[in-house]
Design a protein around this ligand. Structure first.
Ligand SMILES: [Zn+2]
Length: 119
């Protein structure tokens, strides 16, 4: 093994390190994918449960619920099964632009409105 290390070229050594780093990065992405799939499955279960409550206990039919989902999808101007990220808008207190992912306005310090469905 010692002789192999001495006989291999520096480019072989660099390629080996690069391959090892790529393998590690791919492994991390696989782990994240497993977590994302589990999150999606959990959200689908919750959504189906809520959908069933709305239909079975509150009288909303599937057609109305589908139409409401399409209305949400259309909020960004196109029906494509997703909602594009939107700018946070202006502060309701001082009318200056709000920053993304901040709980308080940078200008006036007031809490920013909570949008549970922001992306
Ligand atoms: Zn403000």
């Amino acid at each position: 093994m010692f002789h192999e290390a001495l006989s291999s070229s520096p480019s072989d050594y660099s390629a080996g390190i690069a391959a090892e780093q790529a393998h590690y990065a791919a492994s991390r992405v696989e782990d994240e994918l497993v977590c994302v799939r589990a999150d999606i499955e959990r959200l689908l279960l919750i959504t189906e449960g809520l959908w069933n409550i709305l239909r079975d206990e509150h009288g909303y039919d599937d057609e109305l619920l589908v139409r409401r989902v399409l209305e949400v999808d259309l909020k960004d101007g196109k029906i494509d099964g997703k909602l594009a990220a939107q700018a946070p808008g202006d502060c309701p207190h001082c009318n200056r632009p709000l920053s993304q992912n901040r709980r308080y306005c940078l200008y006036c310090g007031e809490p920013t409105p909570v949008d549970l469905f922001s992306r």
